[in-house]
Design a binder for this molecule. Structure first.
Ligand SMILES: NC(=O)c1ccc[n+]([C@@H]2O[C@H](COP(=O)([O-])OP(=O)(O)OC[C@H]3O[C@@H](n4cnc5c(N)ncnc54)[C@H](O)[C@@H]3O)[C@@H](O)[C@H]2O)c1
Length: 438
């Protein structure tokens, strides 16, 4: 464990952000950062840019901005690159994705046009709905990994970068269960050389990042880093890793409402969630095997928060159903519907209906920014392996094998802020507060 108040090296020079999968989320993130640094746009939704942190007692009134409290890289120092299966530059992709207004994108055109994806590692078996035009060729998966490692080295050299972070914003891959090939690093490397069928493209990027000592975050629910082989590699090369699947729309709401119901000991009979969305992500998730990966990630949340084994009378056997409906006219403007059947005093039933009209990539982009900056901070603080304190950002947080993941958004936020306090040698905040009444 790192020491309280550990020395954190100051962020010098530029930080490269490598993104496998340069689609709607990635280009909304990139264009947003460009608008923030060149046009004074506001980074709403980003805890690192807008959030504060209370230090010491409430009477001390010490509440700095998070970005002034911990030495984060400046958004002005981010340099973007990545991979995709198509050859569009980021301007073209952002226009096609239809998330941001054309006038804004046109004002950023010269910067965005320069950001072009490199040829991707892709295997159709893992994302059946997409047909690639720009992919790498290699005799084995190991050769492909070496090509990605070369891409990383070249990107670093060409852009004169000091440090790098990789964040997967690619499509959701089909459901995979961890097997022998994922169990140890030795098995995984053997598997790469034999092109084992259960090594997915996202694992190849993660392997390349971690082999190069680069932190890795996973915006999709793919297995990717959530296997012992990658944890071993991250430990060995002192690279931080964290959870999977950005917690943005419906699951974000779920992890706010469910802890509230539980805190008041209100019971749950059923929770039906459906989503209507029409972007390319929706199209990929229309494929049952990709949906299965997403479904697993979305379903796990309620059981962990509500703990039916601890509160059987309130939560045993509640019906939880999640649907995703691909409806092209909606584009990136996802609509989440939730019907929640609860019960209270003497078992009397009640209902909650939530209709969240959100914008998927608008919710995800600030999470990308925070994760990039916090993973870089973690590495400069000499933290490596699983970073459970970043659970705040994920539908499927990653944690030590003997633990269950923490899904409650407010516990996650407290964990994140206490980790920052710990890094800076400040007292942790327990919210006990009895000392004010002595
Ligand atoms: N937007 C959200 O709120 C949100 C929340 C949670 C998770 N996610 C996940 O984030 C990911 C990105 O979402 P999006 O809306 O940008 O989707 P998108 O379809 O617009 O972008 C994904 C991109 O990944 C590319 N791709 C697929 N496989 C690749 C590979 N092997 N190598 C390189 N590129 C590859 C595709 O060509 C596409 O351009 C999806 O997996 C989605 O499920 C999004």
């Amino acid at each position: 464990m790192i020491k309280k108040g550990t020395r954190i090296s100051t962020p010098k020079g530029k930080l490269g952000v490598l993104i496998p999968g340069m689609g709607a989320v990635a280009t909304t993130f990139i264009a947003g950062v460009e608008a923030i640094r060149t046009q004074g746009a506001k980074p709403f939704g980003s805890l690192t840019q807008m959030g504060t942190i209370r230090l010491g007692k409430r009477t001390e009134k010490r509440i700095p901005m998070i970005k002034d409290f911990v030495p984060l890289a400046d958004v002005a120092d981010l340099v973007f690159g990545g991979w995709d299966i198509h050859g569009e530059n980021s301007y073209e992709t952002a226009v096609r994705s239809g998330v941001l207004e054309r006038t804004l994108l046109d004002s950023l055109k010269s910067q965005l046009r320069q950001i072009k994806p490199l040829d991707a590692v892709f295997e159709k078996r893992f994302v059946k709905r997409l047909t690639p035009t720009h992919v790498k060729k290699g005799k084995t998966k190991y050769e492909l990994a070496l090509q990605v490692i070369d891409d990383i080295k070249n990107f670093k050299r060409q852009n004169d970068l000091d440090r790098l972070v990789m964040i997967w914003c690619g499509s959701t891959e089909v459901f995979l269960k961890p097997g022998d090939v994922h169990a140890t690093l030795a098995n995984f490397e053997k598997g790469l050389k034999k092109s084992h069928p259960d090594i997915s493209p996202s694992m190849i990027y993660a392997y390349a990042a971690l082999s190069s000592g680069i932190p890795f975050a996973n915006g999709a629910p793919n297995l990717t880093c959530d296997i012992p082989a990658m944890v071993e590699l991250a430990q060995r090369n002192k690279a931080p890793i964290c959870g999977k699947d950005f917690k943005t729309g419906q699951t974000f709401m779920k992890t706010i409402i469910a802890p509230g119901l539980k805190s008041r000991m209100l019971g749950l009979r059923g929770w039906f969630s459906t989503n209507i969305l029409g972007n390319r992500d929706g199209e990929v998730l229309d494929e049952p095997e990709s949906f299965k990966t997403k479904e697993e990630s979305k379903l796990s949340v309620l059981d962990h928060i509500l703990q039916p084994e601890v509160y059987p009378e309130l939560y045993r056997g509640f019906h939880h159903q999640v649907r995703i409906n691909y409806y092209p006219p909606s584009g990136d403007n996802k609509e989440g519907w939730d019907n929640i059947d609860i019960f209270g005093w003497l078992g009397y039933p009640m209902q909650i209906k939530v209709n969240f009209l959100c914008r998927d990539s608008i919710l995800a982009a600030p999470l990308c920014l925070d994760l990039v900056l916090l993973l870089d901070l973690a590495q400069r603080s000499k933290m490596y392996g699983i970073q459970e304190w970043l659970s705040f950002y994920f539908k499927s947080p990653q944690c030590a094998p003997e633990l269950y993941p923490e899904h409650d958004l407010f516990i996650q936020l407290m964990k994140l802020k206490n980790t920052l306090r710990y890094l800076r040698g400040e007292e942790l905040i327990t919210h006990l507060g009895l000392e004010y009444y002595d």
